[in-house]
Design a protein around this ligand. Sequence first.
Ligand code: ZN
Length: 236
Amino acid sequence: MGYKLNGWNSLVDLFLKAECPLCQRPASTASSQDCLCQDCERQLYRCRLPQPSKFWQPPLPVLAWGEYGGTLKRSLAALKYHNQPQVARLLGRYLAEAWLDSPAIARSLQPLVVVPIPLHASKQKQRGYNQAELITRAFCDRSRLPMAHGLRRDRATEAQFGLTPEARQQNLADAFCVDQRFSKRELSRTETSRTVLLVDDIYTTGTTARSAVQVLRQSGISVGGILAVAKAVQNV
Ligand SMILES: [Zn+2]
């Protein structure tokens, strides 16, 4: 990115639009907290899962705020494909609320560090931002957990859509690597080592998450689970 972000205010100043990114009607709220109009926000909130921690179980614990579909699907599309990065703030806050509603999980994993699933540099350049990173920032603002760029994506992967599970896994093989500075810092900590929480926008088959978890664990870094704004319906 050609500019430096100094927290959310700069991001909001840069991107705040007066109209709702989903329906293009004027966003009725003057608050920069909520970028959607009240109707869309109400519809979005209906997508939340009644029990976000239901899937928090081995081998890959998942905590998801909502069910992928409807207004949540449209919100994520606006965020990823229609240059509406401000949507991440609301989604990250919702994800943090789901997390804060599950204090037993948090207690069992302390201390924690939150790592967004990265995009390949070329894709990030094209989009202008990594949506998972923006969601993570909002999540960390609310949850008060520290964020770190622990992973890099060195090889551009083909779009996952339409691939068989086997092809997806192959497509992602070796796509991630652990950031060297991050692993050096984490592995040299003299106090209790931190557990990574991964954050992504959508959890579908879990292939992406599993690949990321695998490379972190191979580097000796402990991973608690993955937090996703949306979880695909077929897994619910
Ligand atoms: Zn709207």
